[in-house]
Design a protein around this ligand. Structure first.
Ligand code: PBE
Length: 267
């Protein structure tokens, strides 16, 4: 059948990213939840490795299946499509939330207010991410802040300045969160905070906020991509709700491929 020959062409391999990514575990679950996908394996590597393999496959017009998400520049660089996920075992459309440690509202009310108000659109995040392809994230974030003073002032309006208070933001190591993390770092620095930005795996990020080793994060993808960590730690964190809506995760293929659904991978 067509799926058998596709499987053989791909050596029954899905090209993945970092082992600690939420999307990695969701993809492993997906291979168990759908019937007859036992023969497929997920090749864990890195985001750069996945992009390299995707680029190579597209140059050769070969098939490839990757774990993908947006916002990400791969959707503007290549003609790609998400595979339908009728069982809903991958992330689908979701939000990025802001979380804080317990007690932050009392200890640092100014930062808490700004974090609580922080909200922007996928186009804002993409503007920082795309600029950061050419310049450092710090610079891309600073430029976005300079060009969007009206949006930033909605987050900071009426909030008092502080004098050198230390705050630790914990993020994950993908461009989406480098963008939001850098923007929030600069906004809080302008408010008088000394900000540390620490990128870690999603599991460590939730653990750090739950144990108050870190103060806040703008990086959880919910309800699905980081849902298992959220369930584990939800009693020990404060959830301030979405700072962005309209992300998506799933299995992604070049548009020229002749499949539309994860079910098309079944033999
Ligand atoms: N991502 C980007 C991450 C969250 C942000 C989808 C690769 C993950 O899977 O954990």
């Amino acid at each position: 059948t067509a799926s058998d020959s596709l499987g053989e062409a791909l050596d029954y391999t899905i090209t993945g990213i970092e082992p600690g990514a939420g999307i990695t575990q969701l993809t492993l679950n997906t291979l168990e939840e759908y019937e007859n996908l036992e023969g497929w394996t997920l090749l864990e590597s890195s985001t750069a490795g996945m992009i390299g393999a995707l680029d190579q496959a597209i140059k050769n017009e070969e098939p490839i299946i990757v774990t993908g998400w947006n916002p990400h520049w791969k959707f503007s660089a290549y003609d790609l499509k998400y595979l339908e996920d009728p069982k809903g075992t991958l992330g689908g459309a979701e939000d990025i939330n802001t979380i804080t440690r317990k007690g932050l509202e009392e200890d640092m009310p100014e930062a808490y207010t700004i974090l609580d108000r922080f909200y922007w659109e996928p186009e804002d995040m993409e503007a920082v991410m795309y600029a950061a392809q050419e310049i450092p994230f710090e610079e891309a974030a600073q430029n976005w802040i300079d060009e969007n003073a009206d949006k930033v002032s909605e987050w900071t309006e009426g909030v008092e300045k502080v004098d050198g208070v230390d705050i630790e933001l914990v993020i994950t190591p993908w461009d989406t969160e480098r963008a939001s993390g850098q923007v929030m770092k600069i906004v809080l620095e302008q408010q008088g905070y000394n900000v540390t930005l620490t990128p870690v795996d999603p599991a460590i990020m939730f653990q750090a906020i739950a144990t108050a080793e870190g103060d806040a994060s703008v990086a959880p993808w919910l309800p699905n991509t980081h849902g298992s960590f959220y369930e584990k730690y939800k009693e020990d964190i404060v959830d301030l709700g979405p700072n962005l809506t309209g992300t998506k995760t799933g299995l992604v293929v070049p548009a020229y491929m002749d499949i539309d659904s994860i079910e098309d991978l079944m033999p």
